[in-house]
Write a protein that binds this ligand. Structure first.
Ligand code: ASP
Length: 426
């Protein structure tokens, strides 16, 4: 029987979701039950199913991956390559944002700072409160999160960085204890990994329904009206994100990774669509791992190291967004930013993006932190709230795309050949 490929099914679900979400809004109901609550319920179930996989999958994936590196020096080399890739791509993303926001100047409309035109009614007290006590050096909390006092609690709280450190240490020593003990563990984690990948595939079968509900919910509650006054800001973010994902990263894929970028897009489709619909790199991680390993052909050794770390600390889209948002807010308030201040914004965006969690709307707090560091009014965040959700979908997609590109590029520099070739299931 003819069966539509999964990513087409998801794409169709998205289109239908936009139509339904717009038509029903938050009020329309059937038999006393609003469509909105149905979207919310189904989308919530799907998200839970994805999140349920995260802890066991990440642990199994990292442990088997690091065990695959063995006892040689590969561990340190892979680690340094990963960190260098993350650093360079995030910086390139921020500079792209900086370029576009200075080119388009979305915060000024007909020579008038847009802040006065829009009026600031949004209640931003919660976000500002969350940002209190946090500063530009906020990224040091990353180190605190790396060493959780209680690994079970870290797992329960979805504190990925702690789980990553623990799993890395565990695997490192698992291959260094006597083989008759170590092999029991290796087999156990390998079996767990395979089982988790199967369950991921099962959950993905429901992706069209889950994605429909998640996207319909966003469209129903946001509508298009919110976008119009902020069209120029939305457009700037969109352009910059587009540049990063269709020019910068593909160039790296082509020249450093020496693979065909078009094939990489194709292989990553399920993960990208999932990132777009969930606005969460963390919830997308199981799908990203599955796509990078099974569809692009990257070894478990590399993907299990690069991707979980990437979902936590490498956020190109977020870093770019933070930079554009802060400069837009300054423009909208009619504040001129010196070169020095722009430099401060770039560096703070780089470091705060490392600390931002892979969950929806996580950048908002980071933006308030940067506003404070640059001496700009924290209330300015209210200007962008209306379109944040839609832009969150886009920046999360770029976050995930950069992680997956990193996995491919690093695997290629490690000498892997069978990546994105005809023999892969693309
Ligand atoms: N939603 C983003 C992510 O999960 C984080 C953010 O920028 O808010 O990657």
């Amino acid at each position: 029987m003819f069966k539509l490929k999964l990513h087409w099914q998801i794409l169709i679900a998205m289109v239908l979701a936009v139509i339904f979400g717009y038509a029903t809004g938050t009020e329309a109901s059937i038999g006393g039950v609003t469509f909105y609550s149905m979207y919310s319920f189904v989308g919530g179930l799907f998200l839970s199913a994805l999140k349920m996989l995260i802890v066991p999958l990440i642990m199994a994936s990292i442990i088997t991956g690091v065990a695959g590196i063995g006892t040689g020096e590969g561990f340190g080399r892979l680690g340094s390559k990963t960190v260098i890739y993350y650093f360079i791509t995030s910086l390139l993303a921020i500079l792209t944002g900086l370029f576009f926001v200075n080119l388009v100047v979305p915060g000024v409309v007909d020579g008038v700072p847009a802040g006065s035109l829009m009026g600031l009614e949004a209640d931003v007290s919660d976000i500002v409160k969350n940002a209190q006590g946090r500063g530009a050096g906020d990224f040091v909390t990353v180190f605190e999160r790396m060493l959780p006092a209680n690994i079970i609690k870290a797992a329960a709280d979805g504190q990925m960085l702690g789980i990553i450190t623990f799993s890395l240490l565990f695997a490192y020593y698992m291959v260094r204890i006597p083989a008759r003990y170590g092999s029991v563990m290796t087999n156990f984690w390998q079996a767990l990994m395979l089982i988790m990948l199967e369950i991921t595939e099962l959950v993905m079968k429901f992706a069209p329904i889950g994605v429909f509900a998640l996207v319909a919910k966003v469209v129903a509650s946001t509508g298009y009206d919110a976008v119009i006054p902020l069209a120029s800001f939305t457009g700037t973010v969109f352009l910059a994100l587009l540049f990063h994902s269709v020019i910068t990263l593909p160039l790296l894929l082509a020249f450093v990774g020496r693979v065909n970028p078009l094939r990489h897009y194709q292989a990553m489709m399920p993960a990208l669509m999932m990132a777009f619909s969930t606005s969460s790199s963390a919830a997308t991680l199981p799908v990203t791992l599955d796509s990078v390993e099974r569809r692009a052909g990257v070894s478990n050794k590399v993907s299990s190291f690069v991707l979980p770390l990437g979902a936590t600390i490498n956020m190109d889209g977020t870093a770019l967004y933070e930079c554009v948002a802060v400069i837009f807010i300054a423009q909208a308030y009619g504040i001129d930013l010196s070169m020095g201040l722009q430099f401060l914004i770039v560096t703070t965006a780089l470091f705060t993006s490392i600390g931002v969690a892979g969950v929806p709307a996580a950048s908002l707090v980071a933006i308030v932190v940067i506003l404070a560091a640059a001496g700009l009014p924290a209330e300015g965040i209210g200007l962008i709230l209306a379109v944040d959700r839609i832009l969150d979908m886009l920046r999360t997609t770029v976050n995930v795309f950069s992680d997956s590109s990193g996995a491919v590029i690093i695997a290629r520099t490690e000498g892997e050949v069978d990546i994105l070739t005809d023999s892969n299931v693309v």
